[in-house]
Write a protein that binds this ligand. Sequence first.
Ligand SMILES: [Zn+2]
Length: 396
Amino acid sequence: MLITAAHVLAGADRHVIPDGAVLVREGVIACVGPREEVERQARPDEPRLAHPTGTVLPGLIDAHVHLCFDAGPGPVATLQDQDDEALFADMTSRAGQLLGVGVTTVRDLGDRGGLALRLAEAIGAGRAAGPRIVSATTPVTPPGGHCWFLGGEASGPDEVRALVQRNADAGAKVIKVMETGGRLTKGGAESWETQFSAEELAALVDAAHGAGLPVAAHAHGTDGIAAAVEAGVDTIEHCSWMTSDGIEVRADVIARIVEKNIHVCPTISPHWPMLPKFFGAERAKAMFDAVRQMADAGVRLIAGTDAGVQRAGFDGLPASLTFYEHLGLPKERILAMATTEAARALGVGSETGQLTPGFSADLLVVEGNPLTDLGALQSVKTVVAAGRHYAAGAAE
Ligand SMILES: [Zn+2]
């Protein structure tokens, strides 16, 4: 398949090739370069997709989704009412929605019954349309803790280690730990409260790293964030710096995050402009400032939406990225957050996230140029995932 466009964002640095082309063979990027050069390598019968006013860029990565949740007003109740077969059917359709907006890789940070792994296998075998899924399987939480209903309760270092091993044996590619509470879970710890002891968290990180898996820590609370950083987790999710009475960003902890090369996924909903209405102007400003402070300090931020929780649909990643533009981040850095940087954080940086020969053919074509107008990401023309071509807006 030969794809030509006005601009191609090529290589690890997404440098612009004007009037460029990408040649895809057997699921892999075979060649990227100026159109005339790449065309010479294409066979006469090669399928051709011409987008003379568009841009080809690497497929987007949503580093934080929950395929098991429906993004409705009560995602937990809906989940609990569904059996595995009905849930699997819904998860399959959500995977198609992600693909439709150009998301070709997701990290699923918590589902039930290994269904995301089953879906990943179906997608890999071509039985379902969807992005590559890096699955955490069941998140690790204390008894009755945040998202206990997903089946990952563990108490004490031994139980924590056993659960990490169970997930690793099942095929998890990352271990998710609920280091603090969360709003989604009624009757559990508050968002700012730490759920695990330092000893339990150390055991979890040790067991995960021993199994060759990174750790993603859900951490809203400032204390939990600090504890996760010291325990040596690999990514911090949400990272909202909450205390019992507000928001307290700690510059010393941010410095440690940078020093330890920890990625932070702030989980931004496409409806972020509603936050001042939802939390009040002052609180929303403090939330925005916290992310800006991390960005300014050089924290390696990655894009994620928490798709599946209330108001976070599976088509929201492109719109969510405008949040970072609002904070003043350069468009180039925002694209990196949703491609190369996210790929690295997910442990798939040598197979996806860039248009480079030998990488998986995960790409999208948008109308216009996202380097001059980020809104271009919302006019998807073509999506290619693992070399399979999908029409815009709908998985074939
Ligand atoms: Zn989440």
